[in-house]
Ligand binder design. Structure first.
Ligand code: 5CA
Ligand code: ZN
Length: 476
């Protein structure tokens, strides 16, 4: 197995290098926080997108596309929402040489562009539930340090869903359904996560409550990779989204929204990395199998021909395959494709050919084995499936291993300062204690876990009996 020293100890540098070496993101675009997708990176992006699209389509969300620009008066209707985003909005103030009468916001998210249309579209209970999603770019003028995929000013891959319901119970059920969709999504990516209900002081601007998915980076910090919000009737009231009930009465709808960005791609890059770079799960890898002929003097043609045939066969079976026929030493090719995170390498040398076999090498654990031509397709299929499972299990073990159960303020602080990682601590439920916990330890409260919360022990701040437990971590 490849070492994980740099990956663990120098994560931030490792990450930027991995994106460059694997040709995911070009970071030299001359505007801060804006980046370019390389072709290989865009293939990765599209594979990730295909997974979430499928999950949303299966659960009856319909795709829509709204404008990028939002007029200021519409944007400013929901008071909490605007307070949350005010400092992050880019404004279009001019059209050519003319100053615009109404400034236009570049959407930082799309509630305020979508909901005025919901108000028009939704008339009666028969129009509900309404469930739409879009995949668009959004702009946020981030003031913290920008980082490719992780904190960008143009989010290029915002996947946002918006739903409207007749009752509060239905909206509540939709929040649960969305959490299940996101769980499936991350499971497909073989990326482990925590799911927490964010504390009141970290709720999405305009929401009743927010649920967030976080992943853990190799340096022990967590990264929020997706959120699900119950909006209650907050937006419905200001945008006047009403429906007529069967009895003729009118009521505001209940809404939810949930979204993810290219951070989910960052997660796929970092979770399975090692000192060579990323290792993509076969589900999303732009290239699943690279075929490399190992020519021997005099017999080079045979190996190349054989490699071509095998690559064709694998392609026909539906795998994403690349045949590397360049005139370079095999070792050089191996290194390059390892850095691109290709899950499986298939070598065809003279010995293999004579025996009617090929050699395969797994990128995740470096294991070499041989497969007979006769069972090539089923064996490869099985190997990729095993890889996905193996990567999933290893990453989950690592995440669960980095959760420390602690009750003592000093100890929590120590973990935040030294190892990094996630702490599960008892909490009395009071906001003041939560905030003090953040201040004294340097961590952030992620929130209550959805399925694992307990009420044992006493609050590390006030020593009163715990009402629940919370996760705390240093965050990106
Ligand atoms: N309207 C809601 C749900 S669609 C919303 O905007 N929620 S959000 O603000 O929490 O954004 C959803 C997710 O986008 C976040 O959880 C985070 O993973 C990601 N995200 C937010 N801002 C950025 C950014 N500047 N760069 C990269 N990802 C971001
Ligand atoms: Zn307390």
């Amino acid at each position: 197995m490849v070492k994980r020293e740099r990956w663990e100890k120098n994560f931030s540098e490792w990450f930027d290098e991995a994106l460059r070496n694997a040709e995911i993101i070009e970071t030299r675009y001359p505007v801060k926080g804006l980046y370019v997708w390389f072709p290989y990176g865009l293939k990765l992006r599209n594979n990730v997108l295909a997974i979430i699209r499928k999950l949303l389509e299966e659960t009856k969300h319909e795709e829509v596309m709204f404008p990028l620009l939002i007029p200021e008066d519409l944007f400013k209707k929901e008071a909490d929402h605007i307070r949350g985003f005010e400092g992050q909005v880019y404004w279009v103030t001019h059209g050519g040489k003319e100053k615009l009468d109404v400034r236009l916001a570049l959407r930082p998210t799309s509630e305020t562009s979508i909901y005025p249309m919901f108000a028009i579209w939704i008339r009666s209970h028969a129009d509900l539930p309404l469930k739409v999603y879009q995949v668009v770019n959004i702009f946020r003028y981030e003031t913290k340090m920008t980082k490719p995929l992780i904190r960008v000013r143009e989010v290029t891959t915002f996947k946002e869903a918006h739903t409207a319901h007749a009752t509060s119970e239905e909206a509540e059920a939709q929040v649960k359904a969305a959490v299940e969709i996101y769980k499936k999504f991350f499971d497909e990516l073989a990326v482990p996560y925590t799911v927490t209900k964010r504390p009141p002081w970290d709720t999405f601007a305009g929401a009743v409550y927010s649920i967030a998915f976080d992943v853990i980076a190799p340096d022990g910090r967590t990264l929020q990779v997706g959120t699900v919000h119950n909006l209650g009737q907050n937006f419905a009231r200001v945008y006047e989204i009403e429906y007529e009930k069967p009895d003729g009465a009118h009521e505001h709808v209940y809404q939810t929204c949930y979204g993810m960005s290219e951070r989910v791609i960052a997660a796929a890059v970092m979770v399975h990395g090692d000192d060579l770079g990323p290792c993509f799960s076969p589900r999303v890898a732009p290239i699943q199998i690279v075929v490399v002929p190992i020519p021997l003097k005099g017999e080079a043609k045979d190996a190349e021909q054989m490699a071509r045939g095998i690559a064709e066969e694998l392609k026909a079976a539906g795998f994403r395959v690349h045949l590397d026929e360049r005139n370079l030493r095999p070792g050089r090719k191996f290194y390059e494709w390892e850095r691109h995170g290709v899950p499986l390498r298939l070598e065809i040398g003279p010995k293999d050919m004579k025996r009617g076999e090929v050699t395969i090498v797994r990128r995740d654990i470096g294991e070499r084995s041989t497969i007979s031509f006769k069972v090539l397709i089923p064996e490869i299929r099985k190997t990729l499936e095993l890889m996905n499972l193996g990567m999933h299990d290893r990453a989950w073990k690592s995440l669960l291993g980095s959760i420390h159960e602690l009750k003592d303020l000093g100890k929590i602080k120590k973990v935040m300062e030294e190892r990094g990682g996630i702490v599960r601590a008892p909490w009395c439920g009071k906001e003041a204690c939560g905030k003090e916990l953040e201040e004294k330890t340097g961590g952030s409260v992620l929130g209550e876990e959805l399925d694992k919360k307990k009420a044992d022990g006493t609050c590390p701040v006030c020593s009163k009996p715990a009402k629940t437990s919370i996760l705390i971590a240093k965050t990106y």
